[in-house]
Design a protein around this ligand. Structure first.
Ligand code: GTB
Length: 217
C-alpha cells in the first residue's frame, strides 16, 4: 500500500511548483517512496469529504493506512522521520534540521507570502501603493539578509541535504522572478542547488504534467 496525497486538479500557478503538494512530492521522491495522487477541484476542496481530511479545505493531505495528515510541514517531517534520507543520523543534528523546517515555515515564509499576496488581496485599498510594496520587499530582504549571513558558503544547513533544506528551498523559490533572491547570490545558488536535485526534478515534472493535462481540458 502506498500513501496517497492530494493536489490541485488545476493549480493556479499553472505548474510552477509553488502549490504545497510540491513539498510533499519532493520529500517522497527524495526517500524513494512511491505515492498516489488524488486531484481535487476547488469546489470539492471545501466540501465535507475533503474537510474531514483537511479542516481548512486545502491541499495537501497525506493518507497512509490509518494515518491522515494535513499541514505540509507535518507531512514532510513525518516522511523524513520514517524513511532514511532526509534527516541526519545524530539526534541533535536531527533536531536542528527540524528547527530549520519550522524556521522556513514560521520565520521566512510569512513575509514572502504577504508580499506575494498584497497585489491581489490589498488591491483597491487606500494604503496599497508603491510605498507599501517597497515596505513588503524590505521585510523580505531582512529575512533574506539574516539567512544569507547564516548560510554563508555552506552547501546545506546541517551537513547533508535535509528536510530543513527542502522546506527552505521551497519557501525561497516562491521569490523566483521577483529579483529579490538575486540580491543574495548564496541564496540564489542554494535554491538552484535544491532545484537541480533529481528528486526535485521528478516531483516538479509530476506536478507540471497535471497542469499540462488541465490546460488540455
Ligand atoms: N499551512 C498549510 C500547509 O502548509 O499545508 C497551507 C495549505 C495551503 O495553503 N494550501 C493551499 C490551498 O489549498 C494551496 S498551497 N488553497 C486553497 C484554499 O485555501 O482554498 C498555496 C499556494 C497556492 C497557489 C500558489 N500559486 O498559484 O502560486 C502558491 C501557493
Amino acid at each position: 500500500m502506498v500513501p496517497t496525497i492530494t493536489a490541485f486538479e488545476n493549480s493556479p500557478d499553472g505548474g510552477q511548483g509553488h502549490a504545497r503538494d510540491m513539498r510533499v512530492r519532493w520529500a517522497l521522491e527524495e526517500v524513494g517512496q512511491p505515492y498516489d495522487v488524488r486531484l481535487v477541484s476547488f469546489e470539492a476542496l471545501k466540501q465535507s469529504p475533503h474537510r474531514s481530511l483537511q479542516p481548512f479545505g486545502q491541499i495537501p493531505t497525506y493518507q497512509d493506512g490509518d494515518l491522515i495528515l494535513f499541514e505540509s510541514g507535518a507531512i514532510v517531517l513525518h516522511i523524513a522521520r520514517n524513511h532514511p534520507g532526509l534527516l541526519p543520523d545524530d539526534a541533535n543534528a536531527q533536531a536542528r534540521a527540524a528547527a530549520w523546517l519550522f524556521c522556513a515555515l514560521n520565520t521566512v515564509e510569512p513575509p514572502i507570502v504577504e508580499r506575494e499576496q498584497a497585489p491581489y488581496v490589498e488591491r483597491g485599498q487606500s494604503w496599497f501603493n508603491a510605498e507599501r510594496l517597497t515596505f513588503l520587499d524590505d521585510r523580505v530582504r531582512i529575512r533574506l539578509a539574516d539567512f544569507s549571513a547564516r548560510l554563508g558558503d555552506a552547501e546545506w544547513l546541517e551537513g547533508a541535504f535535509s528536510a530543513g533544506d527542502l522546506m527552505m528551498v521551497m519557501v525561497l523559490r516562491r521569490l523566483n522572478g521577483s529579483g529579490l533572491l538575486e540580491e543574495f547570490p548564496n541564496l540564489f545558488a542554494y535554491v538552484a542547488r535544491g532545484e537541480a536535485r533529481p528528486a526535485f526534478q521528478r516531483a516538479f515534472e509530476a506536478q507540471a504534467a497535471v497542469a499540462r493535462a488541465a490546460r488540455k481540458d
